[in-house]
Design a protein around this ligand. Structure first.
Ligand code: NAD
Length: 493
């Protein structure tokens, strides 16, 4: 028997539409990337299923779900969160089996954050305020104006495989609290936690059609059918920049609202006044967490010249000590990549780095285990030095456990080098000089800058990227704004 198993209800992973679990004629394999075993058969949504999901979502907005108060919708989202807490271990098993990531990371990054997303947006909606103005006109008469949030309608949400439950709930929770009907298309690589979430929605009796899950691939499948559907009112997408561009062209036809969280080529900057050990540990985490498959991971590391050699040596030692292996073993820091095909992409960059003249400080190969893991999608965490800023390995998003470390001399120089990127998602700065941190952070052309930390999130703050990293901001009030149709009501007194 394979080591990783899904909860029994998912062996046939079905679509969740209008409050029912639906099988279709066509299925595809859900493959565990740890050992290549087949976890489940997933039912691919066709045009009829997509049509049905969008029609159900529309009925929910115009009917029961849209008519509920924010407070009642918040109660439902809290109940869903409660079901996830109760079934925590099943969600954990699903995320680990689908992604190959260590239990400890799946616990924090996925299941905990899934619960937190639902609870936070439920409360943000429940306690949201609105703008109100008293206005005096030239003739002395008075007006009052207030801002009313209404549902946008049917929100299509397409999400990636790297943080399945986190990404999906980050979009679905605010969309739902605002009264929308939501049609979610999780990645074909990670259909399981979305389907468990649908079970939670069914269990607590959220009105049918408010939350729907359809399965399938992107181009030529459920993703493209959803994006092209005239019945959606908004598209919220997380994934690669090139996919975002393709979806944007499709939805432009119907002038739909878009929110895009896309790729990154993030930089970590280590000044010579940084707490050295904290910076090494921080960059270790920011480069190799989830095998580098977090959009916020740092694939470019700039270290001030006086500490460059020591830093490379220290990061190398800690990287080589990271345990790579079975994700359910407690000391393991890195499991597999998401799939063999993604591994092929990462391996192609290992080759390219060598051709571009990199020094391979460590890693750069596939580990051999002599057991079922050799059928999986593992690579070793990898550090390079010696590449120019223009090398493809240093400019293109690889989305694997890799970083290139380069020395720098001055603040001005490093700011220019960080900003010399087609992407602009996140950066982290390691320094003990507070004035320097305040000087440098606002000059980095990215959506979020962390100082002496990485991937620390308060869900009330804005999140998103510049340039190829996305369009719009979500988080807190920004999410409520995006998922609402905002109107002004003006009354003459
Ligand atoms: P991807 O773009 O390949 O796929 C994302 C989703 O889009 C999947 O559900 C896929 O089926 C669907 N899709 C693909 N082509 C489509 C099409 N033509 N029409 C409609 N849907 C389509 O991305 P991925 O490989 O799943 O995820 C990794 C990428 O996501 C990385 O680039 C990463 O940086 C990015 N990401 C960004 C953020 C962020 O917040 N900025 C967060 C997580 C991941």
């Amino acid at each position: 028997m394979a080591r990783f198993q899904l909860p029994a209800s998912l062996r046939e992973t079905r679509n969740y539409v209008d409050g029912e679990f639906i099988a279709t004629g066509r299925t595809f394999d859900n493959i565990c990337p740890v050992d290549g075993s087949v976890l489940a058969q997933v039912h691919e949504a066709d045009q009829a299923v997509v049509d049905r999901a969008i029609a159900a979502a529309r009925r929910a907005v115009q009917g029961k779900w849209g008519a509920l108060s924010m407070g009642r919708r918040a109660d439902y989202l809290h109940q869903v969160a409660h079901v996830i807490e109760r079934r925590f271990d099943e969600f954990l098993a699903a995320e680990v089996a689908d992604t190959g990531r260590p239990l400890s990371q799946a616990r924090q990054l996925d299941v905990y954050r899934g619960i937190h997303n639902l609870r936070t947006f439920a409360d943000l909606g429940r306690y949201a305020h609105s703008e109100f103005y008293e206005t005096q006109l030239a003739d002395g008469s008075n007006l009052i104006n207030y801002v009313k949030r209404k549902p946008l309608g049917v929100v299509a949400s397409i999400s990636p495989w790297n943080l399945p439950l986190l990404s999906l709930t980050w979009k679905a929770a605010p969309a739902l609290i605002c009264g929308n009907g939501v049609v979610c298309k999780p990645s074909e690589e990670t259909p399981s936690s979305a389907t468990l979430l649908a079970e939670a929605f069914a269990e607590v009796g959220v009105p049918a059609g408010a939350f729907n899950v359809i399965h399938g691939f992107g181009a030529g499948s459920a993703g493209a059918l959803l994006a092209a559907h005239p019945g959606i009112d908004a598209m919220t997408f997380t994934g690669e920049s090139s996919t975002g561009a393709a979806i944007m062209k499709t939805v432009a036809e119907g002038v739909k609202e878009v929110s895009f969280e896309l790729g990154g080529k993030n930089a970590a900057v280590v000044f010579d006044d940084a707490d050295f050990d904290a910076a090494v540990d921080g960059v270790l985490r920011s480069s190799f967490t989830n095998a580098g498959q977090v959009c916020l991971c740092s694939e470019r590391v700039y270290v001030q010249a006086p500490i460059f050699e020591c830093f490379v040596a220290a990061l190398k030692a800690k990287t080589q000590a990271l345990k790579v292996g079975w994700p359910d073993e407690p000391e393991v820091f890195m499991g597999s990549l998401i799939s063999r095909s993604h591994r092929d992409k990462v391996l192609s960059y290992f080759e390219l780095a060598k051709r571009e003249g990199a020094t391979v400080v460590c890693g750069g190969e596939v580990p051999r285990f002599g057991d079922a893991r050799d059928q999986g999608a593992f690579v070793l965490p990898t550090i390079w030095t010696g590449l120019s800023d223009g090398a493809r390995t240093v400019t293109e998003e690889i989305f694997g456990p890799v970083c290139h470390i380069a020395p720098f001399d001055t603040e001005e120089e490093v700011i220019a080098r960080v900003n010399n990127s087609a992407y602009g998602l996140a950066s982290s700065i390691w320094t003990s000089n507070l004035a320097r941190a305040h000087r440098v952070a606002p000059r980095l052309d990215v959506g979020i800058v962390w100082i002496n930390t990485w991937f620390s999130r308060d869900l009330r703050t804005p999140f998103g990227g510049t340039k190829l990293s996305g369009i719009g901001r979500e988080g807190g009030q920004f999410s409520l704004d995006f998922y609402s149709s905002i109107s002004n009501i003006c009354i003459r007194i």
